[in-house]
Ligand binder design. Structure first.
Ligand code: ATP
Length: 235
């Protein structure tokens, strides 16, 4: 069953037609990746889902409900967590406070603690740095905090916008491993990546987006083995 479905989504920034009739879906339990070059429309696709960009036409359905025009704060509460490009953690807040911000709507202290333990399970490193200010962490650690903060909201789907950006190869490796583990333990994931090879390796399915249009769709392995994909995105 699809947890998320975009149908004929058209989105604009003023006169720029950024998404031209996008159709994608994500099934429960999948990792779906969206790959494409700079400016192809990957981030905009995530923004139309989280409500930061309202499509001019088309529909976004989440768990069967029309959320096309839903503002971001409502979307976040309804089970969609969006980890934006560049992570955007709060630099002056401690790691603990950053995590708590992810669960701001949760009143149950025990539930917050349980979710925090869950975050520590994936990111033991984060547990060691709880009292450190976010801004003093390395890029990889900040990405871990950003994903941890998203998990604190108890999402049904996790959307990650270029989680590997700007990180050293060994850290990228770790981040992909954790994304894979999160999925194996049940999390549905929509992953935007420039790092196409690694994203396709862990994805059940992938979409190739080019100048606002979906050009190809297939299993992660089929796309990795496709000559056009190889030449354009894996070289
Ligand atoms: P990147 O990896 O560079 O973020 P992307 O695939 O995520 O690329 P988008 O950021 O979705 O691409 O951009 C899609 C198109 O919309 C591009 O032509 C981009 O220049 C344009 N665009 C994105 N954000 C804005 C904005 N705030 N105002 C005007 N144009 C924008």
């Amino acid at each position: 069953m699809s947890i998320l479905q975009l149908t004929d989504v058209n989105a604009y920034y003023g006169g720029i037609h950024a998404l031209k009739g996008i159709n994608i879906h994500v099934d429960k339990g999948e990792i779906v990746t969206l790959i494409g070059s700079n400016g192809a429309g990957k981030s905009t696709t995530l923004k139309t889902i989280s409500g930061q960009v309202i499509p001019k036409t088309g529909q976004v359905l989440f768990e069967g409900k029309d959320i096309t025009k839903q503002p971001p704060h409502i979307t976040a509460l309804s089970g969609i967590a969006h980890v934006p490009e560049g992570r955007r953690i709060f630099p002056r807040l401690t790691v603990r406070e950053n995590l708590e911000m992810g669960a701001f709507s949760v009143k149950d202290k025990k539930l917050i603690q349980e979710r925090m333990e869950r975050v520590f399970h994936y990111f033991p490193r984060v547990k060691e740095r709880l009292d450190q200010r976010g801004g003093t962490m390395s890029g990889g650690e900040q990405q871990m905090v950003a994903i941890g903060r998203a998990l604190m909201s108890g999402p049904h789907i996790l959307m990650l916008d270029e989680p590997s950006m700007g990180l050293a190869p060994i850290i990228v490796e770790q981040i992909f491993e954790i994304i894979h583990e999160l999925n194996r333990e049940g999390m549905t994931i929509l992953l935007v990546e420039q790092n196409a090879y690694q994203a396709l390796q862990i994805a059940h399915r992938g979409y190739v987006i080019q100048t606002g249009e979906i050009k190809m769709v297939g299993s992660g392995q089929d796309l990795i083995n496709d000559d056009i994909v190889k030449e354009a995105y894996l070289a």
